[in-house]
Structure formats: C-alpha cells, structure tokens
Design a protein around this ligand. Sequence first.
Ligand SMILES: [Zn+2]
Length: 228
Amino acid sequence: MAPGNCVVKGCKTTLFNKGLATNFHPCPTSLEMRNRWLQILKNRCTILDWAKSRICSKHFENKHFDAQRKLKPNAIPTLFPAMGPDSASKTIAKNTNTSSSKLDKALSRMTQSELMSDIKLTLVRMKEPINLSVFVYDDIKCLPDAPMEAKLWVLIKKQEYLNNMLTEAVVKSNKNLENLQKNMTDTKSGRKEMEQNIENYKYVIKCLQEKQATLEEQVEILTAVEAR
Ligand SMILES: [Zn+2]
C-alpha cells in the first residue's frame, strides 16, 4: 500500500483523486473496534497497519458519519468494491446484475394492475416480525440497531401505505375527470372541477415523490446488505 492510498484492495481512491466528498480515516484505537475491523478487513487488505493504514470514506454507510462527516467511534466499514474472480462479493454482484436485468425485462412485461395484485399477494404471504413495534420509534424511524428484516418490513409497510394512498388519489382523479366531462357545457362548474382536478394531481405527484424517497432508502439498505 503506497502512502496516501486507501488500504482496501481494489479501491482506487488516492489523496490525489479522492475529490472533496471523500476523506481518509485512520484505524480505530480501541481493541474491541480493531477486532471488529479486522474481521471485516482481513481478506480485503494486503497489509493492515493500525498506525499507518488509512481507509477512505467510500467504505462507510452514511449512518456511520456525524454531522461534520467525521467517523463515529463505533463505525465499521461495510462497503467494498468487487474483488477477484474467486471472491464471493464478485459472485454476488454478478448474480445481482444478471437477475436485475432479467427482473427489469419481466417487470416491463407486466401491466400496472398485474403488478399491484402481485405485490398484494406477496405481502399476504410474507410474515410480519412479531415484535416489529419494538424496533420502531413513534416517527416510524427504525432504531439504529434494528435487525435488517425489521427495517425492510417497515419499508414495505410504508410502501403499502403509499400505494393505497396513490390508488385512492387516482380513483378520485378519475371520478373528477368523469365529472369534468359531464359538466363541460357548464363553463363555471367545469372550471371549478378543473381546479379540483389540478389539486388532485398535485397530491398524486406528492405521493409519488414520497414513494420515490422510500424506494431510494430501500435501495440504500439493500446495497448495504449486498455489501455485507
Ligand atoms: Zn477506499
């Protein structure tokens, strides 16, 4: 490892190309944290020198940084580049790519209603963790140490709720549209309906944005799971 390079095998980050968003972090000093790092890094570094080795911030999830983008004392690296052909992480990444493009193709063949009923069916079959509420704050955020299954289940719940909201909004919009067409002759009421309709569409858009935020959160978690 050249000085000024990230200690992780396969990581291309150096002091010269790192950019403003990436920083280098020293290794932990406590024995307990060093043991945890060693477990994760032993197959991912050629040399790990507790005093000199530096690891770049690309290997840490957002939750491991404080407001000043400093590593929290209990931070552990979890994100790594795919390694050589024999490594498990490469195999996983490859499989995910193949299955995701296959999945994309399958998804593009489905209609919206087919997708909705499929999601509903899957949800019915899945089993909710019995003690889910133990892991959730009142503002429906998960406790930081909640198990991955609980976090995913909460996301599923949020999405299901958003889906219902969206369905309601779409039904309402359709109804308004029907009314609008009926009342087209009456300009005045037609305009009122139109305004109402615009409000409804704004609501649908808001729901979609919230849904997108949830999906992004889920992608982040899944990426983290994949990286483990
Ligand atoms: Zn790195």
